[in-house]
Design a protein around this ligand. Structure first.
Ligand SMILES: Nc1nc2c(ncn2[C@@H]2O[C@H](COP(=O)(O)OP(=O)(O)OP(=O)(O)O)[C@@H](O)[C@H]2O)c(=O)[nH]1
Ligand SMILES: [Mg+2]
Length: 315
């Protein structure tokens, strides 16, 4: 072709992940932080349009750094959901959870600082004090559906806005998907120009085995509510794939015999419910049939020592 430098035309326009145009492509890490229970995980799931992070009305639902990925034509959003920052007890588990939050913050391009509409207390302030100075921080006022009187939202937002130089302030309702697209547009503006890190169809960097354990833990949290202390966890003892079928053997670990009988319930009814709900969620997320068996085991003290935490996958 006369007059056209073919080499220059193709130079630097493709990357290793499959020929996506790199020029103008944005990609970055977005940390989602806040005190427990403000709706961080619900928000991340809405932002990526899939449920990779478990949610419940109990505080301390999220215990690991969980990545949720969304790729659009010209950008890849790598969200990192974190455990709610703990300010009450200082056992080994809580220290580990807080370390996860701090580590995530140091490696992020944008921070979503999530609070609940109408509430800003010492636990929120402690998280605010942790946020790095040189990274754009978007104040996300979640659960705005709780504020019946819209006129009170403005003065509340102004009060919190005075505490730091926020890049933007976005009231949302993660539950009702209100203003989620507006938030996404705002985030995109602050992502650096980078080629994508993950494939276009990836929604998380976590394994199916990890996600399976999380799904069971969500059902335990949701179906037992406040009866069960938060020191129960789930491990996957076997995860086998036979063609399209996944055979999963899970164990719920609790601290005492009384907790075990609470989970099993009258004639096994509660365990059956946990099992059925978990299986349905897994089938939806993995896109195929699942055979699931769950056992309940007593194992005390795991949350109080570092070795126990490492054994169950805490960083
Ligand atoms: N009304 C209302 N409820 C919400 C909204 N977003 C989340 N929730 C509820 O708030 C509770 C906590 O949500 P999560 O997403 O688990 O909160 P989290 O901040 O991830 O909690 P931790 O992981 O424990 O720190 C759940 O019962 C959600 O359904 C919202 O926009 N409006
Ligand atoms: Mg969470």
């Amino acid at each position: 072709m006369p007059g056209v430098d073919v080499n220059a035309f193709f130079a630097d326009r493709t990357d290793a992940s499959g020929g996506t145009s790199v020029e103008g492509f944005r990609c970055g890490y977005i940390a989602i932080v806040g005190r427990p229970n403000v709706g961080k995980s619900t928000l991340m799931n809405q932002l990526i349009g899939a449920k990779v992070s478990i949610t419940s009305r109990k505080a301390q639902t999220t215990r690991h750094r969980i990545t949720g990925i969304q790729t659009v034509e010209d950008a890849q959003f790598i969200y990192v959901d974190t455990p709610g920052f703990q300010t009450r007890h200082s056992n080994a588990l809580n220290k580990t959870l807080n370390k996860t939050v701090s580590n995530t913050l140091t490696a992020s391009d944008v921070v979503l600082f999530v609070i609940e509409a109408g509430t800003f207390g010492p636990a929120d302030q402690q998280v605010l004090d942790l946020l790095p100075k040189n990274v754009p921080v978007i104040l996300v006022i979640n659960k705005s559906d709780h504020m019946k009187d819209k006129a009170t939202l403005m003065p509340f937002a102004q009060k919190v806005a005075a505490l730091r130089d926020f890049t933007a302030i976005v009231p949302v309702s993660a539950k009702l998907r209100f203003q989620i697209d507006a938030l996404e547009r705002e985030i995109r503006n602050h992502l650096p120009e980078n080629p994508p890190v993950f494939g276009a169809d990836d929604i998380t960097d976590r394994s199916e085995k990890f996600l399976a354990a999380e799904i069971v833990r969500e059902k335990v949290f949701r179906l037992l509510g406040d009866e069960l202390p938060y020191t129960s966890t789930v491990i996957i003892e076997q995860f086998l794939q036979e063609g399209n079928l996944r055979r999963i053997f899970a164990a719920i670990l609790v601290e005492r015999d009384t907790h075990k009988s609470m989970i099993i319930g009258n004639k096994g009814a509660r365990l059956k419910e946990i099992s059925t709900q978990s299986r349905l969620d897994m089938e939806k997320l993995f896109g195929g049939p699942v055979y699931l068996e769950i056992w309940v085991k007593v194992k005390s003290g795991w949350a109080d020592n570092e070795a126990g935490l490492r054994a169950y996958g805490y960083e």
